[in-house]
Design a protein around this ligand. Structure first.
Ligand SMILES: CC(=O)N[C@H]1[C@@H](OP(=O)(O)OP(=O)(O)OC[C@H]2O[C@@H](n3ccc(=O)[nH]c3=O)[C@H](O)[C@@H]2O)O[C@H](CO)[C@@H](O)[C@@H]1O[C@H](C)C(=O)N[C@@H](C)C(=O)N[C@H](CCC(=O)O)C(=O)O
Ligand SMILES: Nc1ncnc2c1ncn2[C@@H]1O[C@H](COP(=O)(O)OP(=O)(O)OP(=O)(O)O)[C@@H](O)[C@H]1O
Length: 497
């Protein structure tokens, strides 16, 4: 239980309070059915529902305070539920962020926080930062698409969103990490989370930028809105790590970010602080040279793809900001850990390779295929997917991107949501000049797509499975259906023999 005096919490714009100004609070919830005794219910207006309609259900479930935006309704309800506090605020999502921070004792300020934003690479960079800091001796967790990790292990949380948790969950995680002895947390900060004020009230010790290209227009509607949301992270960051190679927003950020910053680049002629050159692809990773100040150090790190070397540079910049020397950092890079499902190479028993990679934007797919081609192979088989719960305009762009670049292409569906999978396939197919070519195949479910792709692979081939799952599941008609590419791969190679 924590005593909460609403008008004393910094940051929230309270318009009016009906009922008691303070409550003893045991928990926070934004869903009426997750309310427990003596908790605060935040009534959020969503895409489909208005949380204000569920206030009475929340009170019946034990809510002792309601935070929302409808003063007329709150005034009426306060007559009926006299012991309950009704707090009218300017913006309920912002209030949820500030109250969560307060409820969990400002835990975010008791550990170092590193926010990562960008169209591609957030998960990868958050994992690299976590791994690098741990290798150097700073106990660090990470928060994002692949789950919540402490410095030691993946923790069991029910995720509220695919990438950046809702504020209530987020501050609980900071609190738990701190309690477990962690000193830092690297987290993915999505543009949607920034727009929905999930990280309002936080000041990140370091903000990292990876890159910017078209994405999430189903939510943002315009590319300018998408960009403006991403830039917000840097208004809330003390120090910045900026990718100078990113045409999308590298220079915008470089010019507008006034705090201390480190820039990185893969271009030898760049003026970046940290430059990576001479990338050599090996069997188990990449060699490259780090240039920092007057030093050039040749290192090996177990990652594939030039863009992943750039991601490693951003993690190195972060470690430099933590005060580690470039020599100390270079000495541990060979042990760097990658996140699951990002350029994950599986050696198949038939002497082919299967690569699982979360590429789900045209830019990521182009980069991925270019990098995969640097690995010796016979034929290249690539599975792409139309994602039902995302922008339909992106689907044909994925087809146009892959056409002519692989020997076989399998088109499948990720997360059909409420759509007919065949409509999604048709939408992807629109992007091919020759959709009826004999090397273009389709499969209505991801499971079928994976099986079909593996079935086409022979000795020496590389099978690339792109796009992927959210929370190890496919979202079908509001249900999360468990799915694992790796399990299908095991079944295919080991159980069919
Ligand atoms: C599209 C979108 O913005 N969705 C968010 C939105 O949900 P919604 O608009 O569908 O909510 P709704 O169903 O209309 O309900 C409105 C409110 O009424 C409440 N309610 C509803 C029914 C009920 O019986 N009782 C009740 O209290 C709900 O809890 C909700 O607070 O408001 C919810 C919280 O109030 C969010 O958790 C939810 O994120 C969902 C889980 C989601 O999938 N979001 C995605 C788009 C997202 O955030 N993605 C980004 C980026 C991913 C990436 O990197 O690609 C991320 O950071 O994860
Ligand atoms: N720096 C980068 N530049 C371009 N593409 C990248 C970069 N890093 C990763 N990718 C590609 O993007 C895919 C997704 O990477 P990752 O999961 O790290 O990004 P993300 O930003 O977390 O995406 P999401 O938010 O959708 O989970 C990778 O599998 C890879 O193909």
């Amino acid at each position: 239980m924590r005593m909460i005096n609403f008008d004393q919490i910094k940051g929230i714009a309270i318009k009016q309070i009906f009922g008691p100004n303070a409550q003893a609070v045991s928990g926070l919830a934004f869903h009426s059915r997750r309310v427990v005794f003596s908790s605060i219910f935040f009534s959020v207006k969503g895409e489909n529902e208005d949380g204000h309609q569920y206030i009475e259900e929340a009170i019946q479930n034990g809510a002792s305070a309601i935070v929302g935006e409808d003063s007329v309704q709150f005034s009426r309800l306060s007559e009926r539920y006299r012991s309950c506090s009704f707090v009218v605020v300017e913006d309920v999502r912002a209030a949820m962020a500030y109250i969560s921070k307060y409820f969990f004792n400002h835990a975010d300020e008791k550990i170092k926080t590193i926010g990562v934003t960008g169209t591609n690479g957030k998960t990868t960079v958050a994992a690299y930062v976590r791994s690098l800091l741990n290798l150097l001796g700073t106990r660090s967790g990470s928060i994002g698409t692949t789950g919540i990790w402490s410095s030691k292990e993946k923790l069991k949380y029910v995720k509220s969103t695919p990438t950046t948790p809702e504020a209530i969950d987020l501050h609980r995680v900071f609190h738990d990490l701190k309690k477990a002895g962690d000193e830092a947390a690297a987290m993915e900060v999505s543009s949607i989370a920034l727009d929905q004020k999930r990280v309002d009230g936080m000041v990140f010790d370091i903000g990292i930028h990876t890159n910017f290209s078209e994405e999430h227009l189903e939510y943002h509607k315009t590319i300018d809105h998408y960009k403006a949301c991403k830039l917000k992270l840097f208004e809330q960051s003390r120090q910045g790590v900026i990718n100078l190679d990113d045409d999308g927003m590298g220079m915008d950020l470089f010019n507008c970010f006034k705090g201390p910053k480190l820039t990185y680049s893969l271009s030898p002629s760049s003026e970046a602080d940290l430059i990576g050159t001479g990338i050599e692809v090996m069997d188990s990773g990449s060699m490259f040279t780090i240039h920092y100040k007057s030093k050039s150090i040749r290192v090996f790190t177990p990652v594939f793809g030039a863009y992943n070397v750039a991601n490693v540079l951003s993690a190195i910049a972060t470690a430099l900001m933590f005060g580690y020397t470039i020599d100390a950092i270079a000495s541990v890079l060979a042990k760097l850990e990658s996140p699951e499902g990002r350029f994950q190479v599986i050696q198949a028993p038939n002497d082919s390779k299967v690569i699982i990679d979360y590429a789900h934007t045209p830019v990521a797919l182009t980069n991925l295929v270019d990098e995969v081609k640097k690995i010796q192979h016979r034929r290249l088989i690539v599975m792409i997917a139309g994602i039902g719960i995302r922008d339909f305009n992106k689907m044909p762009k994925m087809a146009a991107t892959i056409e002519g670049k692989a020997d076989e292409v399998i088109v499948t569906v990720d997360h059909p949501g409420y759509h007919d999978p065949q409509i999604i396939i048709n939408q992807v197919m629109k992007g091919f000049n020759e959709p009826k070519a004999s090397n273009i195949h389709s499969a209505l479910t991801r499971r079928e797509g994976v099986r079909r792709s593996l079935g086409l692979g022979r000795t020496g081939d590389i099978v690339v499975l792109t796009s992927g799952c959210i929370n190890n599941a496919q979202i079908v008609k509001g249900e999360q259906i468990p799915h694992s590419d790796e399990a299908i791969i095991r079944e295919h190679f080991f159980q069919s023999q």
